[in-house]
Design a protein around this ligand. Structure first.
Ligand SMILES: CC(C)(COP(=O)(O)OP(=O)(O)OC[C@H]1O[C@@H](n2cnc3c(N)ncnc32)[C@H](O)[C@@H]1OP(=O)(O)O)[C@@H](O)C(=O)NCCC(=O)NCCS
Length: 192
């Protein structure tokens, strides 16, 4: 895949991305809302050298892990993932950005590119996401790209061991292909 937006390229991760990917995946504050990390260097290497390669070669493909790369410099600043359920023609989406690059609209742009791929290339019917009810930044981004808050899942999230409460509430967000197609005018240049 090679999805181009105004400032970004979404592409497969490569082993050469190690330094850029480890810079955010080893940082507790960045990964605290994710199901992995903070990573050791070995875990990041395993992710890039083994997991991403296996997932890329799987038939049918069940995971699309996309590096978010700045067009201008080639730096990888984060990732967007689609985890497929082909029986339902849907996917769950995940997202992460290096904190040095937050607040500039990059994730809004990256999700826009990922939705273009999900709905126009993969022809999915629906994309959904879950997030901590206290993670206001990602909620704002998801609403900006047209996703709908579909309600609260009480204590669906399991906290990290160091946190004071064992479980936390999550919001579900979703968007249908037909809804995206009414919203897609943000996209700059979809995949050739
Ligand atoms: C959440 C995250 C992806 C946002 O990336 P980003 O590139 O900063 O997002 P954008 O710049 O496109 O948009 C952020 C928006 O949220 C807003 N925002 C940021 N913090 C906010 C907060 N605490 N409350 C409400 N809105 C907030 C910003 O103002 C901006 O909105 P605007 O463009 O209308 O001003 C990034 O911070 C991140 O990777 N966080 C850690 C991982 C994570 O939480 N992933 C999601 C797991 S479900």
């Amino acid at each position: 895949m090679n999805i181009q937006t105004k400032r970004l390229v979404l592409r497969e991760f490569q082993p050469e991305d190690f330094e850029d990917v480890h810079a955010y995946s080893c940082d507790y504050e960045t990964v605290k809302h994710m199901v992995y990390g903070p990573n050791t260097p070995e875990q990041t290497q395993e992710y890039l050298n083994v997991k991403c390669v296996e997932e890329c070669n799987a038939v049918p493909r069940m995971h699309y892990n996309m590096a978010i790369m700045l067009r201008e410099s080639g730096k990888v600043i984060g990732g967007v993932s689609l985890h497929m359920n082909w029986r339902r023609d849907d996917a769950i989406i995940g997202a992460i950005l290096n904190t040095h690059f937050t607040g500039s609209g990059y994730m809004t742009e990256a999700l826009t590119g990922a939705f273009e791929y999900a709905f126009c290339k993969l022809q999915l019917h629906r994309v959904h996401a879950v997030c901590d009810v206290n993670n206001k930044a990602i909620q704002h981004v998801m609403e900006k790209v047209g996703m709908r808050n579909e309600g609260t899942m009480v204590q669906r999230g399991k906290s990290r061991p160091e946190e004071s409460t064992p479980y936390f509430d999550q919001f579900g967000y979703g968007i249908l292909q037909e809804e995206w197609k009414q919203h897609e005018d943000i996209i700059i240049a979809p995949e050739a």
